[in-house]
Design a protein around this ligand. Structure first.
Ligand SMILES: NC(=O)c1ccc[n+]([C@@H]2O[C@H](COP(=O)([O-])OP(=O)(O)OC[C@H]3O[C@@H](n4cnc5c(N)ncnc54)[C@H](O)[C@@H]3O)[C@@H](O)[C@H]2O)c1
Length: 407
């Protein structure tokens, strides 16, 4: 491995920032870390200090701790930043860092709105810095296999993809900000992952007819002691059509006690495929008429078609030969493995001056697909992703953009 290590600072040391550190640690443990966590930044020093202590335990070196981006930008060891703050702050942090000559990996959603995301893309173009979107779900073995199955043509001409999550409760999901329109609601926060998977599997989404709703008008803490009134949508429903003419049925409804059902499936003229849950140890199952393919047999069938299976050496080093983490692997180990793969891809992209697998436009497109659902609901008509991406339609987002300008 090359001696050149990219100096990276993690910005935001909350729930996900700590998990990003575990992603770096997974690469370090496997002996494939091409970067170094040289600094941590959080406006809450206590939180950053705690993660710095953990970094010392895991990586053998305590990163510098900052509470101000201005200060951190004076540190020449910081060559790139990994933004893991809440979405309201992504664009301002990213633009300041790129203007200061730093490469940026940014957690999904790339930005809170299309307008602010476009500002990030413009800054990347202007400064020549690398801008990547941290999108983890696609990095796991099962999604890599599923993508290869589609690419191989094994399923014939594809008619339909079903991406659905139905069932949940009235508890606050992870944090209060995820239920407020002005900070990025859970409907967007989760759907962005699925929009990325949809485009990864079946290519660009062109048209969307859908809407968002607030399914749970009151959400409670786990102990039920506190409650909030959500202002942001927690559920999104849509019917989509891709540029290749494939229909996608989309549901995200984390509400309603009762049956909880999740499904990711693809249906074509020669057969169909069921894809297991993200970060689960389930198998991809392909059914071609009477013939059922899974595991080693499916991998062999993909190989016969000459289709590339995108499970690279780093993925194998952190997640095992099939890129899933293996049967019965603890969720946390699988999670950090997925994050390790996305972090490695970004570092490689910077060091080798290539685009990351999910670049700024990849992140913005996924956001546009999600906003197309919400904009369609407001407009009461089918909308094109292009209309959303180019800012021609934005009524749903106006309130958020205005609040970002006010602060
Ligand atoms: N990919 C995934 O699976 C996944 C999972 C969870 C969260 N996320 C994403 O990660 C991001 C962070 O989510 P979270 O759950 O960790 O949020 P969080 O609220 O737990 O943590 C955010 C942290 O950022 C800090 N912060 C806020 N503004 C800052 C600023 N201007 N400068 C420096 N620090 C600042 C806060 O003090 C806090 O510690 C979001 O974009 C979220 O969507 C992704």
């Amino acid at each position: 491995m090359s001696e050149r290590k990219l100096g990276v600072a993690i910005v935001g040391c909350g729930f996900m920032g700590r998990r990003h550190l575990l992603g770096f640690a997974a690469l370090h443990k496997a002996g494939v870390l091409k970067g170094e966590v040289v600094a941590l930044l959080d406006i809450n020093k206590e939180v950053a200090d705690k993660v710095a202590d953990e970094a010392f335990e895991l990586l053998g070196k305590r990163p510098a701790v900052y509470t101000s981006l201005d200060e951190m930008m004076k540190d020449p060891a910081v060559e790139a930043i990994d933004i893991v703050t809440d979405p309201r702050t992504h664009h301002t942090i990213a633009v300041q860092a790129m203007e200061a000559g730093r490469h940026v990996l940014c957690e999904k959603p790339l930005s809170l709105t299309i307008k602010t995301g476009q500002i990030m893309l413009d800054a990347a173009k202007r400064t020549g810095m690398t801008l990547g979107t941290a999108e983890n779900y696609r990095r796991g073995g099962a999604n890599r296999v599923a993508r290869a199955v589609i690419e191989s043509g094994m399923l014939g001409k594809l008619h339909l993809m079903i991406e659905m999550w139905a069932g949940g409760d009235d508890k606050i999901i992870i944090s209060k900000w995820r239920h407020m329109k002005e900070s990025g609601s859970i409907g967007i926060d989760m759907s962005i992952h699925y929009a990325d998977i949809i485009e990864y599997f079946v290519g660009p989404v062109e048209r969307v007819w859908g809407r968002g709703i607030i399914a749970e008008p009151i959400r409670y803490t786990k102990d039920g002691d506190e409650s909030i009134i959500p202002t942001g949508e927690d559920a999104l429903f849509a019917s989509m059509r891709t540029a290749d003419g494939i229909d996608v049925q989309y549901t995200y409804l984390p509400s309603g006690p009762g049956i909880s059902h999740r499904q990711r499936s693809l249906h074509g003229t020669k057969g169909s495929m069921l894809v297991p849950g993200d970060r689960s140890d389930g198998d991809v199952v392909v059914q071609l008429g009477e013939r059922k393919l899974m595991g080693a047999e499916l991998i062999a069938e993909i190989a016969k078609t000459g289709t590339h299976l995108n499970i690279n050496d780093v993925t194998k080093a952190v997640l095992g030969p099939d890129g899933t983490g293996g049967k019965g692997a603890p969720w946390a180990a699988v999670d950090s493995g997925y994050l390790a793969v996305e972090i490695d891809d970004f570092i490689e992209a910077v060091l080798n001056k290539r685009a990351p697998e999910v670049d700024g436009m990849g992140g913005l497109r996924a956001l546009a697909v999600v906003y197309a659902i919400l904009e369609s609901g407001v407009a009461g008509r089918e909308v094109s992703v292009d209309e959303v991406l180019t800012g021609k339609i934005h009524a749903y987002q106006d309130e958020i953009d205005q609040s970002l300008e006010r602060r």
